[in-house]
Design a protein around this ligand. Structure first.
Ligand SMILES: Cc1cc2nc3c(=O)[nH]c(=O)nc-3n(C[C@H](O)[C@H](O)[C@H](O)COP(=O)(O)OP(=O)(O)OC[C@H]3O[C@@H](n4cnc5c(N)ncnc54)[C@H](O)[C@@H]3O)c2cc1C
Length: 421
């Protein structure tokens, strides 16, 4: 019996389990939380309270993995709207609105995760904390597991172990404990804080309001979208240490300080939850693909390899791209797992470069380069032309490469998009 064990039932773990299910006799997902039947918040995913925008590329891959997922979510109350209908305030004014043909799905993270989990046919061992790898020489051949309510440890043997335990994963520590040298992480921290509250919506109209944070000029932003259950998910965001608060009066004062009209919208609505905070938002990655003694029998995916500033909404989509890579990867020999990590690093590099590149502008020593000037012009162009909005969103949503922003037809339109001082 050939078994794969996946550590963590977050988005990366679930998509991994799906990618492996036809290739292994058994796929076992070990999750430290007790997994609820319904879409409920769980403490192993503290970010689950906050806005979780699903990029178009991620939504496409998930639909490919789970045909019918999108309609299931929409039938259950998720909002699906043309991305060009959103009311978005850039530092240069309102983004142009109109049809882009880009369908944007809006759901809470627990709702999406639960819908996916019900479509994964792996075995779930929940309420079980993985406390380390088991090694046979330099090969990982299982995981050591401790049930939440017991101090006894048991081993689940596997021919492949997938580390998908998210941003608190102890991958580097466990490798170092086994004598494997691990590089230090590369991090860029925009010191962004989130504060999120749900409100009850008395109607079913489309709602998607956003104010974009933009270094180094715009430290405050927000996102407010309708999600399942007739709720408005409101997340206030503050970069460069300018964090929103969980005090209701200060939360509203922060909302009023925005120019997007959010406070006016909220003043008519009933809050249905307390305000939740989150501030561990740095983009950070380790070059695991360069670890020469990387153990056979092990791969790592998702936030366990690289975390991305959530402002750019890339994490779940990167996890989906990695699962897509895994689905076509067939060689799990000691060289094969290294090749997988190398290919995964290439997937992460683009989104990491986009978010860390933008966030680096918060540093007082930052000197803008040509690309920063081009991006400024793009932000102006967004306020004028819905076709430019469509092209820009295709890149942001990881459907088109960043180089497409430099195509001659785009540059031609950017000529007149000067940034006023
Ligand atoms: C505030 C915030 C907002 C975000 N917003 C967005 C967004 O808008 N769009 C987007 O695409 N992404 C967003 N992300 C990122 C997104 O949450 C992740 O990138 C994505 O879920 C993939 O994460 P993952 O599956 O690797 O880890 P997680 O989703 O964190 O899941 C890890 C799982 O592993 C389990 N686990 C951990 N340790 C163990 C262990 N030892 N044993 C067993 N189980 C364990 C945890 O309980 C958890 O279930 C956001 C992140 C944050 C912090």
């Amino acid at each position: 019996m050939v078994t794969a064990v996946v550590i963590g039932a977050g988005i990366a773990g679930l998509l991994t389990a799906k990618a492996l299910e036809d290739r292994f006799d058994r796929v076992i997902v070990v999750e430290r939380d007790r997994l609820p039947l319904d879409a409920e918040y769980r403490s192993g995913v503290p970010q689950g309270r906050h806005a979780h925008g699903l990029l178009l590329r991620g939504a496409q891959i998930m639909e490919d993995f789970f045909p019918g997922l999108r309609s299931e979510l929409v039938d259950a109350g998720a909002q699906l709207m043309d991305a060009g209908h959103a009311q978005v305030l850039t530092p240069h004014g309102w983004a142009a609105q109109g049809e882009t043909g880009l369908p944007m799905l809006s759901v809470s993270r627990p709702f999406l995760e639960t819908a996916i989990r019900h479509r994964v046919s792996a075995e779930f061992v929940d309420g079980a904390n993985v406390v380390g790898f088991r090694f046979d020489g330099s090969t990982v051949d299982g995981v050591r597991v401790r049930a939440r309510d017991s101090s006894a440890e048991e081993v689940i043997e596997a021919s492949l172990v997938v580390m998908a335990a998210g941003r608190t994963a102890k991958l580097a520590e466990w490798l170092r404990a086994a004598g494997v040298e691990v590089p230090e992480p590369v991090s860029v921290d925009s010191r962004t804080g989130y504060a999120t509250r749900l409100y009850s919506l008395p109607h079913n109209d489309e709602v998607a309001i956003g104010q974009l944070i933009s270094a180094p000029v715009q430290r405050r932003g927000c996102s407010a979208t309708r999600i399942e259950g007739g709720k408005l998910l409101v997340t206030l965001q503050g970069a460069d240490g300018d964090h929103p608060s969980n005090d209701p009066d200060e939360f509203m004062a922060f909302a009023r300080s925005l120019d997007v009209g959010l406070a006016e919208v909220l003043s008519d609505l009933e809050p249905v939850t307390p305000i939740y905070l989150y501030a561990r938002t740095a983009s950070s990655m380790r070059a695991y693909e360069k670890v020469s003694e990387w153990p056979a029998g092990l791969i790592a995916v998702g936030d366990a390899v690289a975390t991305l500033n959530p402002l750019y909404g890339q994490g779940m989509t990167v996890a989906a791209l990695e699962a897509e890579l895994l689905r076509s990867h067939t060689d799990f020999s000691s060289e094969g797992v290294k090749a997988f990590q190398a290919a995964l690093a290439k997937i992460v590099a683009g989104p990491f470069g986009m978010s860390a590149g933008a966030d680096a502008q918060w540093s007082p020593d930052f000197k803008p380069g040509l690309m920063n000037k081009v991006m400024d012009r793009w932000q102006v162009a967004l306020t004028r032309d819905v076709d430019m909005v469509r092209r820009f969103l295709s890149v942001v949503h990881l459907q088109a490469p960043p180089t497409s922003l430099l195509r001659p037809s785009a540059l031609w339109k950017l000529r007149s998009a000067k940034v006023s001082a």
